[in-house]
Each structure stands twice: as C-alpha cells, then as structure tokens.
Design a binder for this molecule. Sequence first.
Ligand code: BGC
Length: 737
Amino acid sequence: MKRILSAIMLISVLALASCGMESKSDIDKKVDELLSKMTLHEKVGQMNQLSGGAWLVDQAAKGEVGSILNCVDPAEINAVQKAAVEQSRLGIPILVSRDVIHGFRTIFPIPIGQAATFDPAIVEKGAHIAAVEATASGVRWTFSPMLDIARDPRWGRVAEGSGEDPYLDALMGVAMVKGYQGDDLSDPTSMAACIKHFVGYGAAEGGRDYNTTMISERSLRNTYFPAFKAAAEAGAATLMTSFNEIDGIPSTGNKWLLKDILRDEWGWDGMVVTDWNSAGEMIAHGFSRDLKHTAEQAINAGVDMDMMSYGFIQYVEELVKEGKVSEKEIDRAVRNILKLKFELGLFEHPYVDETASAKVDYAPEHLEAAKQCAIESAVLIKNNGVLPLAGAKTILVTGPLADAPHEQMGTWAFDGQKEHTLTPLAALRQEYDVIWEPGLDYSRDKDRSDFAKVRIAASRADAAVVFVGEEAILSGEAHSLSKLNLQGAQSELIAEVAKSGKPVVVVVIAGRPLTIERDLANCDAMLYSFHPGTMGGPALADLIKGKAVPSGKLPMTFLRDAGQAPFYYNHNNSGRPCNGTETLLDDIPMAAGQTSLGCTSYYLDTGYGPLFPFGYGLSYTSFEYGKPVVENAELGRDDVLRVSFDLKNTGKYEGTEVAQLYVQDKVGSVVRPVRELKRFERVNLAPGESRKVTFELPVAELAFWNFDMEYVVEPGDFRLWVAGDSASGTPIDFVVK
Ligand code: BGC
C-alpha cells in the first residue's frame, strides 16, 4: 500500500512539474525564504499598489511598489518590471493589474448582459478570451468579477454585475473566475481574478453610488455572501473590499468580514486588496482619524494591499515601531502577495513579449464568441409578430444608438477600440436596403428638428428599427440616476416613427433596466440589449433578420416606474401580500373616508407588479411546459429532489428556452423569500420537438441561515415551480422530513 501511495505521489509531482505548476508547499517554502530576507521597508513596498506606468520606474527600483494598475503599454510595463527585477535589492517582480471587466480589446456584452444569457459556458469563454488578450499586453490581474447583488436599477453599477439573484450571480462569478484563471495560474495566458466588492456595495440606499447600506447579518449570509463564497471556493485568487460601510463599519476596516468570515469560516487563502483609496475614505466615513489611522485599521482588519491611498507606504513602518500593527500582520499580508506572484510564475517570466498582443487582439474566434454572447444576451420583451423582419427589403434605421461604436461597448471598456466595433447600422446594411436617418445625435439629445425627416423616411420603408437607450457614460461607477425613462427626446422619436403606421421595432441598448412602459405601447416589438460590445451590431442584425433567435432572459426585475425600486422577485413576503384586487388611484371615490382594511403592500399609482419579472424573455418560437412530475415528494435531508417535465417547441423556429426551477420554503424559523431560483437549463429544440428535462436538486441546497444563525435545512412544507420566468408556473408541493 505504502509503495502504491509513494508511486501516486511521485506521479503527481511529475505531473505538476511537467505542466509547469508548482505545488503549494514548494511555493510556501519560496515565500518563506524570500520573506526572511526582506526588510520592513521592502515588505511595505509590496503592499503598495499605484496607478501608472513608466513614471513609477524609480519607485519600482527602490522596491516601493508591489503592483501597478492602469498601464497597458507592454513597453512601459517592461520598463517598470525591469526596474523592479533588475534594480531593486531582491528583484521581486511587479504585479500588473487592470479593470478587464467584459473583455480587453474584444468587448463582450456588459456583465448584466452576460447574465441575461443564463449561459455560464459562454461567460467562461468570454473571460478566457479577455485573459488571452489582456495577458498578451502584460496584464496578469483583473479586478473582476463584480459579484454585488443589485436590486435597484438606479445604481449605475448594475451594469457590472449579474443582477438580483444570488444563485445566478454565483454561477456567473464562478464561470468568470474559471475563465480568467484557467487550470493553472502560471500559464502566461492566465490572469488572476478579483472578486469584488466585498460586500454589500450594491445595496447602496436609494441606488446612490457609494452610499451607506443597511444589511443584517442574516441577509448578508443568505443573499450577499453566497456568490463570494462560491467564487472563493472555485479558487478566486484575490478579493477587493468595498467602499460602503455595513452596520457602521467600512468594509476596508471590517475585521469580522475580512478575517472571521473570509479566513476563519471559509478558509480562503487568497490576497485582499482595498478598492481605490477605500482605506483613505475611512476618514470621510468618520471611522478613522487620519491617514495613519486608516492604515492601522485596514491592516489589522485583514487587508493585504493598499490601492492608491498611500497610507500603507507612508505610515506602516511607524505603526509597527509603535506596536499598533504587528510584524506578524505585515508578514501575513506580504506572504499572500508573494504567493500570488509565485503562482503566476512572475519570478520566472516577468516580462511581456511586446509583439504578442498584435497576434491575439480581435482574433476571429474572439469576435465570433463575442457575437454569440451578444446574441444570447439580447432579451425579446415584446413581439406582436413583426420580428423577425424576414420579408422586409427596405428598412428605416434611426435612433442615437444605431451607429454609436463607443457607446455600444458600455462602461469599463477602457481598452476596447471603437474603430473595431461593428454597429447595428453597419451590420443591417449587409442585410437590407437601409434608409439611415439618425433623428437624434446622442441619447440625451432633445432636439427634435430632424423628426419630420425621420417620419418621411419611415413612410418610404417596409419597416422601421429604432435604436435607443443609454450612452456608455450613463451607467457604471458614479453614474446613478433617479429617473429611468429614456433620456432626451428618444420616447418622442419612437412615437414619431409609430405615426408612420409602419411596423416599428425598438432596440434598447442600455446599461441598466430602464422604465420603458410608454415606449412599449408605441412599437410592435422590442429587443432589450444591455450594451452588447464590439460585435453588438452583427448580433442584433442576425436577430432582427431571423438568422438567430432570441433566448436571453432578464437577470433583473423590470420596473414600471423608478419609484418602485428596489424591487426584486425573491423578496420576503409582508403580512399583507398583494392579491390582485388592489385599489388604484382612479378607483378611489371623492371624499373617501380613511381605511386600510383589506389593503396590501403596493403603490396606489403603479400597483404592485413589475413591468417584467426576473427570468422573463420571449422567443420567435413558442414553448409549452408539460406538467412537472416530482419523483419523490417526501424527502429526507440527504435526498435529492428530482422534477421532470416535457418541454415542447410549439412554434415555427428552432429556439432555445431557459427553463427555470424555483422553490419556496413555506414556513421558516425566519421569513423566507417567496421564490428562489435553484436551477436552470438552456434547452434547444427544433420546431415540433419535445424533450424531457429533469432538474435535480439536493435537499442540502434548501439550507439557509435560520433563527439561530445556523446554516440548516428546516424540515417542513415546500413548493416548487417550473417555468420560463419567476412569475409563471403552477406550484407543486413537496415535504422535507
Ligand atoms: C472601482 C473598482 C475598480 C477600481 C480600480 C474603483 O473606483 O470601485 O471596481 O476595480 O476603481 O480601477
């Protein structure tokens, strides 16, 4: 037996050596050895991350910078690296980072659009392509994925995440981590991922970026932690703290989050970086007295690297001398940083081949994958039968987003070049005789002087396609909105085109769910495309023409009015849930006496329901769900729930339906959500084809953080729904004993 074990160990060691991977303990030894040679000054230098390129050469030579961000010029990167490797006393290489959020050169749809694909495989592929392109320019660390649950579309950063559902968020986050990092971080095309922003940043009150949050510990554990835990378990190499405070404690100074939860409870051993000056911002929060105090609090809370507050580099040596920060904490931080540098193979291969990027940027297979992702991310939210425009010959193309190469890339597309973007106008010209009349110059344009021209042009066309939405700058960081209607005169443009009597297709290209109820009334069909990236044009043209069939589903609830926010499908019930008999403003008689009897939780003016529920999305074909059959409606806690149903394509097109399984725990020791997404599957069916689909759900996945703050499955009554969105399906009961 011993011999067999030694043989297995030898084979593993050889396997690791042959594929270039070093074992954990080899790396630990190297880290310890290097750490033992370092002065305190050099250690602090490693904890310092600065924005910039060539002008950081002197600091790199002195060993005073461990990582740089925002430099993507290979020659500059090599210059800084050379200073670190060849001039600094210990030759420790620099870790080069960048916000590669949805592609580097080839821009994929913004993350909320990628979530709309409900297709982790295409998301993983996109992240891998981003890594191949970014590493070719010298970037080995990206600040992605953003895992912040976002339930308020006023918050501009909804663009950067996967929306409102913890399960979808976790799957997309894990897919991105795998895509960026691959199986082996030391592969020169692998890039370390950074799960951010830990935690609760998306719960900013009122949707105002950087705002305070109110999240209970239970809610953190049930809703905000799961995606981080899943991505940490999938091996995410780094984590970023968030700007917000929770219960009075800024995340960057929160020991409970960064040590007790992350290290002790989850056993995660990656590296923690602050957000941009989030340590320094603890002064404005009123949590730290001055910059020196921020460094003390952040390091003692568990931060390893400081992004751009300059507090660590200035004060840590003093803090150690004064005994306010122990050298043990410093060694912990530096160990995590060095470990990552060894894992990435930076000591062996610090330099980037300055000719590499030209060979991989915008490679045909990258563009093809970006197009596929953009196709899958578009959500058809209305169609009275005009789409696809298969028979039309001449079409009017209008609207400010039809030919806006920069805008369609969306937020955080620093390195995507608009010259490489293919717009809907360009792509539709390949398919139709196009009459092009923009109508408005940009999304906020209020000048209607060209509207008459648009109407005349519409009368000459077989159909009109109106591209409206948001410029890239209207969503993303620091770009919150209190009103969510189309900006400028875009709604008026749609109404004007509708007057022509021609079929009107509206395509919304935006960074968030907008309130488009009034625009729906003025069109025959609407496709919702979150900023779709480099290949958005060809993707949308294929969908309009019918060469591709929409399959995206909404990863966030769509509101009738911004005043409904925050609004999400997986909410807890009130004691007065809606029942569909609510009185609206117009139903109230004059001089009505006060009453609350029989009233429920809703708005007098917008009612209760959303415009479209989470998970919603149409196709050119139609799908019929057969009655789900639960194999075992009485389950023990170690069992697996199995539910099967027939899904039939009852329409004329081949199409893909995202079938969804939702569950409700009917009674809990604490109030449970009305529904929770537990499984989904993309099912492709030919016209007339029917397939049996089976969802398997281990009962263990019904666990939640209960009254005693324990993660348990509470026995009792449950129900499930199988449906094409979160508001459909007939409930089926089951019991956990
Ligand atoms: C953002 C982060 C980003 C960082 C570096 C911050 O302002 O909140 O998400 O990674 O800047 O660019």
